[in-house]
Design a protein. Structure first.
Length: 200
């Protein structure tokens, strides 16, 4: 199993990404290609931090996210210094990282699978900062409008600023995202990826 953290495409230099180059779909395809023929059977894609869709979502569309950001923070999210602006723009223009990943996995003989970060807390310490432009790929409207759903009340405490999965609203939000990914994309189910002898 290979875990493809899509944010590394732009944060790292590589044969398919020179420093400073904006995102292009061929870069994502190259990350899938480099795992092909290496013994990787299951290619798991992580779409950034999981809470802001890098695919064509109806639950939380990119346009809605960026419009909310401008209104809430009074800042331009397309100035985020975290090397994600070109991906956000790609999705805004109709691009779809999940669709590309699934298609490339099928072409290269890898099983396409989805890996979801259930409680990533990068950048959420900036949730209350007016003028914030950090973490547009990680900090969702749901998080900002539901700060009472955090595990604790210290946004600087790494373990305390995650969402509390005992809360119905938290489970529901992530379920709706995962549900649309499973319904709209040709990703394999977990049981199909587990060897028969390991299954209950």
């Amino acid at each position: 199993m290979f875990s493809n953290d899509t944010t590394n495409i732009l944060t790292c230099t590589s044969p398919y990404h020179k420093e400073g180059d904006p995102f292009g779909p061929e870069m994502l395809e190259a990350t899938v290609d480099e795992a092909a023929g290496t013994g990787v059977e299951v290619h798991m894609i992580q779409l950034a931090h999981g809470a802001v869709p890098w695919y064509q979502s109806k639950v939380y569309p990119m346009k809605e996210h960026l419009d909310w950001w401008r209104s809430h923070y009074g800042a331009d999210p397309m100035t985020d210094p975290c090397d994600v602006v070109s991906v956000n723009q790609y999705v805004l223009d109709g691009g779809d990282l999940l669709k590309i990943s699934v298609a490339r996995c099928r072409k290269t003989g890898q099983v396409p699978f989805l890996s979801v970060r259930m409680n990533d807390v990068h950048f959420v310490n900036h949730a209350d900062e007016k003028g914030n432009v950090l973490g547009t790929h990680a900090l969702s409207r749901f998080y900002v409008e539901n700060l009472d759903c955090r595990i604790g009340d210290d946004p600087m405490g790494w373990l305390r600023r995650g969402l509390d999965w005992r809360r119905d609203a938290v489970r529901d939000y992530m379920f709706f995202l995962i549900e649309e990914q499973c319904e709209n994309y040709d990703i394999d189910n977990a049981r199909a990826c587990i060897p028969q002898e390991w299954q209950p």
